[in-house]
Design a protein around this ligand. Sequence first.
Ligand code: SF4
Length: 326
Amino acid sequence: MTTKNRIGFTTSLPIEVILAAGHIPVDINNRFVTGNAVQNIHLAEQKGFPRTLCAWIKGNYIAALNSCLDEVIGIIQGDCSNTHSLLDLLSEEGMKIFHFSFPAERDYDALNQEIKRLEEHFEVSREQTQQMKKRLDEIRKKLVLLDELTWKERLVSGAENHYWLINSSDFNGDPDIYEEQLDSFIKTAQNRDPLPTRLRLAYLGVPPIYQNLYEVISDLGGDILFNEVQRQFSMPHLLPDIVDQYLAYTYPYSVFDRLQDIQNQLSNRKIDAIISYTQSFCHLQLDNILLKKHLRLPFLTLEGDQPEEIDPRTLLRLESFFEIHG
Ligand code: SF4
């Protein structure tokens, strides 16, 4: 019997391969943000990480060291410009590292090759990967339903939508338990009365580092009915082929691929206004320039830095936005 190893990773990748090999997938970002985030950032800074570096990288470094991982897969193309150096630092601490790259262009053969390399590393056949994908797609279908319960039926809040979609990146390490809990949540939600219709908002960008963003937006009278990147993590397209699925996943490719998905969803969901989140010191702030240019709806950019509650200045900006558009 294969040993069940804990395999950390730095952003969504074909976790079907990890699960098919009998291992436990661990999204390091989720461990960071649900752990002692503030303390972890301080620990990383004590080790020499600069203040002017994205807090996720600092927190992920400590979270990776503290999550009893047997190996870390770093996504060195298609995610964060800091990952290469982060992996070198983790390797220096004795961690086993594997590099995975999404192709710069959305190219079937290139991605197929990379998934094959991952399969060879974990000694898994394509047939086993596909079987695991079929299993995970049963759960993903339920996430599509949950998403519809959010924007069509108004039975699920934006914060709840965020929680379930973001955790589908690793299914909390155990798809069976995740599915049981999801079933129970959906059953409860379906018995609720619909939430009142208020300002219909889209949330764009990486998940917020703010601890209370969804609550604040709800208190101000807005409902987030589209969580862009979190929805991408849930692989909602349900395409039968593993390579096609990770080609349809927009996050690793260009901002223009994201824009196409965003524009479709804004119109399907009848969104009134956009909150676009950016992280301090993140290269994706540049993509936000193009999002703002091409999206023709009221658009508010927020910039978060530390894992904390919304600061007074950001709150004021949100209040003014709601005064004008609410
Ligand atoms: S927020 Fe940006 S800089 Fe920070 S880890 Fe994510 S991609 Fe990298």
